[in-house]
Design a protein around this ligand. Sequence first.
Ligand code: NAD
Length: 485
Amino acid sequence: MQQDIPWHLENFIGGSFIGPLSGNFIDNFNPATGEVSGKIPDSNEQDVAVAVKAAQKAFTTWSVTPLEKRFEILNRIAELIDDNKELFALAESNDNGKPLWLSRKVDIPRASANFRFFATGIMHFAAESHQMEDSAINYTLRQPIGVVGCISPWNLPLYLFTWKIAPALAAGNCVIAKPSEVTPLTAFLLGRVVKEAGLPDGVLNILHGTGPVTGEAIIQHPAIKAISFTGSTRAGARIASVAAPVFKKLSLELGGKNPNIIFADCDWEKMMNTTVQSSFANQGQICLCGSRILVEASIYDKFKTEFVERVKALKVGDPMDEKSKQGAIVSKVHFEKVMGCIEKAKEEGGTILVGGQAVQPEGRCANGWFIQPTVIEGVGPDTVTNQEEIFGPVVTIQKFNTEEEALQLANATQYGLAATIWTSNLTRAHRVGARVESGIIWINCWLLRDLRTPFGGVKNSGVGREGGWEALRFFTEAKNICVQL
Ligand code: NAD
């Protein structure tokens, strides 16, 4: 596969790389250096219209392509991502600011795993049959929807992009996909991979541009019948307001403010190691990070002292340096937002136990956007700091005395994506797990992912579930056929 990345990226439409019809491009930045690293198409509704035409044409054959053939092509895509892992990992780190070791270890292997998982999944996906004694038999067809839209965020760029695209394609749909304008590179490279893998032209179309222009054109296009979106709750609400009145199928994976509940009887070492990760992995920019740490009063002081020590030791620096545990914040806008949240926490009476400052590494990253991992104490459950998603390397710690109080604190936000519970009392773990208002609960672990399980949130964290059969059901329409016997 071609290894260079052009300065001006192009859209991938109908199997060809083409510039935006307007001729306009927007800047892309490397957040570790603060420098412009290229230009991306500022695509508008005309580009989307051309892509939809290509997708509609491709749908007539892709929707009836045998499963074995779809399996073969999706598997080939996975192989080609693996073969080009170094290129993908480097592009991802340059675009997002995450440490290169993290892209190599998590983002890129997970993207190929998504294709492999759904390539296999579609071979085993079955529909139901219901018999009415001896009078009739009902069987359900699971047919592809048609042209669908997949829109993803910047935090795990290729990983979340492929998490939507792979099941959509496996189920026989044609896709109009838009990565975040903040991290377009690996999505661009995916266009080259699918071309080489032999995916027919027009089956996957990748468009670049901003949410308010390109994203809006996708969600508003009448021929796009379903939207799978991952991103902020604010954008999710906007998308729902456009899609609901015209009855588009919607899957919304939105923000979180996840509690990490730590009981005194936990496995201390395991909890400590994992809590450092669940707080600050990917600079805290994972929707599943535990940003509100709730600690039982009897171990609160011990936890605070040791946690702060460990967080102090996390090296922030050049994503290309193997020793950097923390890379850059994804963009200047987001850097300013997170720094603003730290200021807000201080105004709300919070004490910064560690961190709280921007970091200016020496050398090539001197102008990058880095923030020290930050731990805040002394802000109550109703503060903006504990209510609004920060989505950066910032966590708060709060104390609880009883299980009931832990639950009240855990459930005291508008969000309900994920939660972590640390205890060696399994009865309590099950009891608390059932009562925390979240779509995903981890007991004595974090981010342990089985791709077959339902993935998604409750409350303002989203609507619908991804993963396993849930994703294949989302990307198909059920049609019941009743035959009288
Ligand atoms: P964002 O909502 O700003 O953007 C996400 C994507 O939507 C981007 O591609 C953007 O261009 C597009 N977009 C924005 N407005 C749009 C509109 N009106 N119409 C169509 N598309 C639009 O989110 P972000 O800042 O890129 O990502 C961070 C957010 O994503 C956080 O809130 C985080 O919690 C959330 N997230 C959730 C999950 C999950 O699985 N629940 C996973 C990762 C990230």
